[in-house]
Structure formats: structure tokens, C-alpha cells
Ligand binder design. Structure first.
Ligand SMILES: NC(=O)c1ccc[n+]([C@@H]2O[C@H](COP(=O)([O-])OP(=O)(O)OC[C@H]3O[C@@H](n4cnc5c(N)ncnc54)[C@H](OP(=O)(O)O)[C@@H]3O)[C@@H](O)[C@H]2O)c1
Length: 508
């Protein structure tokens, strides 16, 4: 299948006008400008946005961090992090870059930042607008917000805007998420807060909206009458690498399920929004999250939620260490590197349709996909017996890698015998001539433009924690050893049992 006349939308809100999407005049202020996220994601994304012409000369780049640097050194730093480009607009953006060196809770840092911002308004035309990107460890989000508020830097003046952009984790549980919200709210109102889940900015995730609501063939079958079960898999083949210390305090539930999995799930299964406005879409997502029944009873959690941790595995050629052997990991750790859950959605559309989700590190493949398995044919008059061994029909949305869609269905194998085998109609994003836009380019530009569609609202965050918190509490109190799985396998045997006891299996 090819894409003959692409008309892909640029975001949830508008259709097909990537070329003309330009940031308004503003100063983009990156806190933690010396860090990993800035170097690996933000600066390369800014370079590409400038190459497209999305950043006019009235956009100024301002870095803030404790690492001592002058403006010129910060400009060199930015250029060094994006090697091999001769993009003149990037050269111009970085040439005008400013840097404020200081502690994140030091009032003097903010007094100097205010001076720099007044100067960029005067000399670069940033028009009093600011987008603050908090690329620091999350525990600094609250202190930075508080300091910005105290320095009078959180309020917009005149026609300008002030926004704050943050990335997960949004808390550690429902209570700490509320504390973070309270901290941010000391200086900002909800409309100013842009919470990134970069998964939402992936083309295929956005294509879920096009698939469901720009076509008429899918919506009629998008319900319990036709769908037997839904599966979401976020599989990583890598281990924790050098992030063992971070992972020890996080685990797969907080790292992936609470945010990416539940966000993708809500977009995939929500009711049709009344419009493509950000609030209409976010209203439907949160309604879906509210309809997911949290697993509250201990017996229910034990039956419907499985955790696991990888042990040494792989092949003789590629032996992979176990989680407890990784740097920064407690040799007795019970942190989960794998989660599988069965969720149920209590609404008219999805009642009785189980949603199986799983995520893990050191699984046999790197893949993120959402699949919808359809009911088996109710009756096969001509060919008794053939249905039993046949996989159900399925629609598979591949979020990464090889972004695209497949429809799997039964087809007759050529020959005298009547044999039916699974066939597939495949669509790959590669068939579009346009390049997919990197997720960080999308979210940065959307934040600068002020389109909140792909950002997570506070009520979505709270509701997502409400779903995962009881399971995390149950595991924290569970004294039984965590189930183990060998690296490069699909999780512990308990994960297979979770779905197989209901007569189904994970999609391979
Ligand atoms: N890195 C990624 O790929 C990635 C991916 C997804 C989400 N995130 C999120 O993005 C944010 C930034 O991540 P990151 O990996 O860039 O963080 P990072 O490199 O650890 O920290 C960013 C900067 O914050 C300052 N900092 C670090 N630890 C500090 C401390 N204890 N006290 C005060 N300042 C400190 C440092 O700058 P100075 O010392 O110069 O002040 C550092 O350069 C985090 O919220 C993270 O969860 C990151």
C-alpha cells in the first residue's frame, strides 16, 4: 500500500501546513542548558526548526545553568552539539544566544535573567514573550517556578505570553504529582504549563487521530461488538545501561506505563472529540482515563498485574548482564524492568474488552505498537476446523520503528486444498515523500506557537497516577521475590499466564 496523495495533518488541530508554522517572537529560556536533554534533543531540534524557517530572527535562545559559561562560550557549546551543519539561520540563532550562570534558587540568577530578557526584547525583538523550558532534574521544577514567580518573570505583559515546558516525570505518585502541580501553580496557571510526552508527538501516534476520524471505515468497528481485545506493547531491547541509578528510583511502571502507555491508550480508545481543538481532545482523553477501573483489590492486582526483572541472558556471542549486575543498581534490587497489566474500561464502547499492556527492557525486540484484535468469525460453514489454529484478524499500529499500519486477515493459500493463512496489508510511513518530523521538533514548535494538543493536562496526570498507584503500592508491600525473566525473552512466565488464562495470547 502506498501513500498516493499525502495530506497528513501537522498536529491534532490543523491540516497540512507545516511550511507556514512559525514561532512567534519570543525568548526560549532553557534551564539546565548544560545538560543531557539540551545537548541531545533540544539543540538538534532547534537547529532543524531554524533550518525550516520556523524560528524567525525575533526568537532568541537563552541558556541558564550553574556551569560557568559566557554568552560566546554558550554559543560555541550549542554549535558543538550539532556538528556538521552549515545552516546560516542556526549560526544566527546561536550567535545571538545569551547565557545566565547561577544557582536555580538564587534570586540573583533571576535578576540577571530579567535583565537579559529585557535586553533581548530591545535588541532582538522578543516582544516580552518567554517560553521557559525546564531541562533540569525534576526536583528543581518547583524551586525554579517559585523563583520565576518571585522575580516577576511568570506573568505576561501586554500582548506577550509566558509558558513553561516540562517533561516527565510529573511526580512519583498521585500525591507528589499534586505537590508538583501546587509548586508550579505558585507562579503559573494551567494554561501556561505545557507537559511534554514526546510519544504524543510521534507521527504514528498522531496518525491515530487521522486513522480514526478522517476515515469512515474504522469507526464502525471500533467497539466491543467487533473488537475482542486491545494490546499495547512498548518493548525495548536495551537494558538500563548507565542509567541504573535513575532506574532504581523509577522502574518500568513509572517510566513508561504511567505516561506513554496510558497516553497512547487514551488516544486510541477515546470517544470522538467534538472538534480537533486541544481542549476537546484532552477532554476525551481524560474521560477515557477516568473510565479505566483502577485495580484496587489485592486479589485483583495479583491476578491482573505482573512485574518482572531481567536476569543475565542472550547468546554466547552477546551475553547481556542481568539488571542487578548493572552499574548503579542494588544487587538485591526488586525494581521492575517489566510490567504487564490487564485493564478494563468501563464505558459503553469498551465494556468487556480487555486491554492488555506490557512494557519492558531487554526484550527480544525494540518495538512500540498498538494492536486491536477482532472477534473470530461467528460461524465457518464451509471449512470446519480451520478457524481454530488461525490468529484473529488484527489492526496493528506500529509507533516505532518502521512506523506504519498493518491489517492482518485470513486469505486462501493458492492450491487445491482449502487452506487459510494470515495475510497482511501494510502501510509504511516511508511511502510518504515528506520526512517525519522529530518528536522534539514538534513539541518545541507547538510550545512556542502555543498549541497544547499534544501536551498533557493536569487532570490527565492525576488520573494516570490513580491507575498505577494501587499496583505500585501493592508491589512495594509484596514480600515475595520479583518474577525474573532472562534478557532477550518476552518477560516472566506470569505475563504469558495473565493473558493465556483468558484464552488469548500476546501478539508476536
Ligand atoms: N536526557 C534525556 O534524554 C531525557 C529524556 C526524557 C526526559 N528527560 C527529562 O528532562 C529533564 C532534564 O534531563 P537531563 O538528562 O538533561 O538532566 P541532567 O543532564 O542530569 O541535568 C540537566 C542540568 O541540570 C543541572 N543539574 C543536574 N543535577 C543537578 C542538581 N542536583 N542540582 C542542581 N542542578 C543540577 C546541571 O546543570 P548545571 O550543573 O550546569 O546547573 C545539568 O547539566 C529531566 O526532567 C528528565 O527527566 C530527559
Amino acid at each position: 500500500m502506498t501513500a498516493s496523495e499525502p495530506s497528513a495533518g501537522s498536529s491534532g488541530t490543523s491540516a497540512g501546513d507545516d511550511e507556514v508554522r512559525r514561532s512567534p517572537a519570543c525568548a526560549l529560556v532553557i534551564f539546565g542548558a548544560s545538560g543531557d536533554l539540551t545537548a541531545r534533543k533540544l539543540l538538534p531540534a532547534l537547529e532543524r526548526l531554524s533550518a525550516y524557517g520556523a524560528l524567525p530572527p525575533e526568537v532568541a535562545l537563552v541558556g541558564v545553568a550553574r556551569t560557568p559559561m559566557t554568552d560566546a562560550e554558550f554559543a560555541d557549546y550549542c554549535r558543538a552539539k550539532v556538528p556538521g551543519t552549515d545552516n546560516p539561520r542556526w549560526a544566527a540563532l546561536t550567535a545571538g544566544a545569551r547565557y545566565v550562570h547561577g544557582g536555580y534558587d538564587d534570586p540573583d540568577t533571576y535578576a540577571r535573567l530579567a535583565e537579559v530578557l529585557e535586553d533581548t526584547d530591545r535588541t532582538q525583538g522578543t516582544a516580552g514573550s518567554r517560553a521557559y523550558y525546564f531541562a533540569t532534574p525534576p526536583r528543581l521544577f518547583g524551586p525554579i517556578a517559585l523563583s520565576l514567580g518571585k522575580a516577576g518573570l511568570s506573568e505576561a505583559h501586554g500582548d506577550g505570553f509566558v509558558r513553561v515546558v516540562i517533561e516527565k516525570p510529573f511526580g512519583w505518585d498521585e500525591d507528589s504529582a499534586r505537590e508538583l502541580y501546587d509548586d508550579l501553580s505558585t507562579a503559573f496557571v494551567e494554561e501556561q504549563i505545557f507537559r511534554i510526552d514526546h510519544y504524543l508527538a510521534k507521527e504514528t501516534v498522531q496518525n491515530l487521530l487521522a486513522l480514526r476520524f478522517a476515515n469512515s471505515i474504522f469507526e464502525p468497528i471500533w467497539n466491543r461488538t467487533w473488537v475482542d481485545n486491545v494490546q499495547i506493547t512498548v518493548a525495548e531491547s536495551i537494558g538500563v545501561g548507565d542509567r541504573g541509578g535513575f532506574y532504581e528510583t523509577t522502574g518500568a511502571m513509572r517510566d513508561i506505563v504511567q505516561n506513554h502507555v496510558l497516553q497512547v491508550l487514551s488516544l486510541f480508545l477515546m470517544e470522538p472529540p467534538t472538534s480537533f481543538h486541544a481542549e476537546a481532545i484532552r477532554d476525551e482523553k481524560v474521560k477515557l482515563l477516568r473510565a479505566i477501573r483502577p485495580l484496587d483489590e489485592e486479589a485483583e492486582i495479583a491476578a491482573h498485574a505482573v512485574r518482572g526483572q531481567y536476569t543475565r541472558g542472550g547468546t554466547r556471542e552477546e551475553l547481556m548482564p542481568g539488571y542487578r549486575e548493572e552499574a548503579g543498581v542494588d544487587p538485591l534490587s526488586s525494581t521492575e524492568t517489566f510490567v504487564a497489566m490487564r485493564l478494563s474500561i468501563q464505558n459503553w464502547r469498551w465494556a468487556g474488552v480487555p486491554v492488555y499492556v506490557r512494557t519492558g527492557k531487554r526484550l527480544p525486540a525494540r518495538t512500540t505498537e498498538v494492536s486491536m484484535q477482532f472477534q473470530r468469525p461467528p460461524h465457518l460453514p464451509l471449512f470446519p476446523g480451520i478457524a481454530a489454529g488461525l490468529e484473529p484478524d488484527a489492526l496493528i499500529v506500529r509507533v516505532q520503528p518502521d512506523e506504519g499500519l498493518s491489517l492482518r486477515f485470513g486469505a486462501k493459500v493458492p492450491g487445491h486444498a482449502f487452506r487459510v493463512q494470515k495475510a497482511s496489508m501494510d502501510f509504511s510511513y516511508e511511502s510518504f515523500e515528506q520526512e517525519s518530523i522529530d518528536a522534539y521538533e514538534r513539541v518545541l514548535l507547538d510550545a512556542l506557537i502555543g498549541d497544547p494538543t499534544l501536551f498533557i493536562r493536569a487532570d490527565e496526570v492525576g488520573r494516570s497516577w490513580r491507575i498505577v498507584d494501587p499496583v505500585l503500592r501493592f508491589w512495594a508491600a509484596d514480600t515475595r521475590p520479583i518474577p525474573l525473566y532472562q534478557a532477550a525473552t518476552w518477560g516472566p512466565t506470569e505475563a504469558a499466564a495473565l493473558i493465556e488464562r483468558e484464552g488469548r495470547s500476546w501478539r508476536r
